[in-house]
Unconditional design. Structure first.
Lengths: 154, 222
């Protein structure tokens, strides 16, 4: 076991865990932040996506020991970000969600895309969101919401 | 009158004798010099051939490492990296991204691959994990490794290799973080160790040094 001081959504959080514990389980089990979902556990589905220093990161495969002092942003803080707020509203506007399980990861990846590429092409969306799977197949509405958010970002 | 004629004939004979002797000596020296020069040239050519052959042999050792999965999986000609010893397409729809080969915003390489191997989750890592540029592709678009000659041309072409000369290539093979990773590739998700290239790193560096010292010769052919 080891003690780690993490910066999560702008707050300092202290956890005492095994160094190899994936960040996902530190968030969900230690910090009780269950907005970030467990899907596959091997970074193949994108449900566990959070941002680490602004990079969309698969929290299920990153051991907590490798996070260091980088800033972690989870779905719980999405509305505190101006672009995140726009994405959240677009998701509501387009009624994207069906079962909703993958949507935390979808939104975190969409946010990373729009921050790097505010006016994405269809190819940009397809490639950037290609690692986020949705068993309900809401892909068409996800694309519409990203385009809608893009139009609202200045 | 007669004695004068005999005198001139004697003088003429003496002159002719000296001339003949001079011609013979000069010709002999010329032939000897030519033969010596020829011998020297042959010796040099033999020496050069030996160095060239040794350089090519060293290159083949280098090539055996470059086409091993730990290296060639990120030197693709396609829009995606590969993974595994069977060099299958990287899962999760990972794509090359821009010319820097670092992925795309939602699927950045470093979104999974950290600065070191993550052995508890089986994800390999190294500083600034990314694909090699397309100019350094060592495969064709059907994921088949290029020939030794083609890879050698790519590696030695300074318009394609980030302007690296021989010593810079040696340094790259000695020190680059992602090159060194090939000999410390960490564990797979199932806990087993990833395979490493056919030569040890020290042998790889020695082979590169021998190849560089021979003038980075490349095999002929396609």
């Amino acid at each position: 076991m080891a003690t780690y001081q993490l910066d999560v959504n702008g707050q300092s959080k202290k956890v005492d865990v095994d160094p190899g514990t994936p960040l996902l389980w530190v968030l969900r089990e230690e910090l009780k932040m269950t907005g970030t979902k467990y899907g596959c556990g091997i970074s193949a589905c994108g449900a566990c996506t959070v941002h680490v220093d602004g990079i969309a990161t698969r929290s299920c495969v990153v051991p907590v020991s490798l996070i260091g002092n980088r800033k972690i942003t989870t779905i719980e803080a999405i509305a505190q970000d101006p672009v995140g707020r726009v994405v959240q509203n677009a998701w509501v506007e387009k009624d994207v969600v069906q079962c909703g399980y993958c949507q935390s990861g979808q939104i975190m990846s969409a946010l990373a895309l729009l921050k790097a590429t505010p006016k994405p092409t269809d190819q940009n969306i397809e490639e950037s969101m290609g690692g986020n799977l949705c068993r309900c197949a809401t892909y068409v509405r996800i694309r519409e919401a990203i385009k809608s958010a893009s139009q609202q970002i200045r | 009158m007669l004695s004068n004629s005999r005198f001139f004939i004697r003088i003429l004979l003496i002159v002719l004798s000296f001339t003949a002797a001079w011609i013979v000596l000069t010709a002999s020296a010329a032939i000897e010099g030519r033969d010596r020069k020829k011998l020297n040239t042959d010796a040099n050519r033999g020496e050069e051939s030996a160095t060239f052959a040794e350089g090519l042999a060293a290159w083949e050792q280098v090539y055996s490492v470059l086409i091993s999965p730990r290296c060639i999986n990120c030197h693709t000609a396609t829009n995606y990296p590969q993974q595994g010893d069977d060099r299958h397409r990287h899962f999760a729809n990972v794509v090359r991204g821009g010319p820097d080969g670092q992925g795309v915003p939602g699927l950045h390489c470093v979104g999974c691959h950290q600065e070191v191997n993550a052995d508890s989750t089986g994800v390999p890592g190294g500083l600034n994990w990314h694909l090699a540029p397309l100019s350094m592709r060592w495969q064709d678009t059907n994921d088949r490794p290029l020939s030794s000659a083609a890879v050698c041309r790519a590696v030695t072409d300074r318009s394609r290799n980030e302007n690296m000369d021989g010593p810079a290539l040696l340094k790259h093979h000695e020190e680059a973080v992602l090159v060194l990773w090939a000999w410390n590739p960490g564990r797979r998700p199932d806990g087993t160790m990833r395979t490493v290239p056919p030569l040890g790193h020290a042998e790889f560096v020695n082979a590169t040094r021998a190849w560089v010292e021979a003038g980075t010769p490349c095999p002929r052919g396609r």
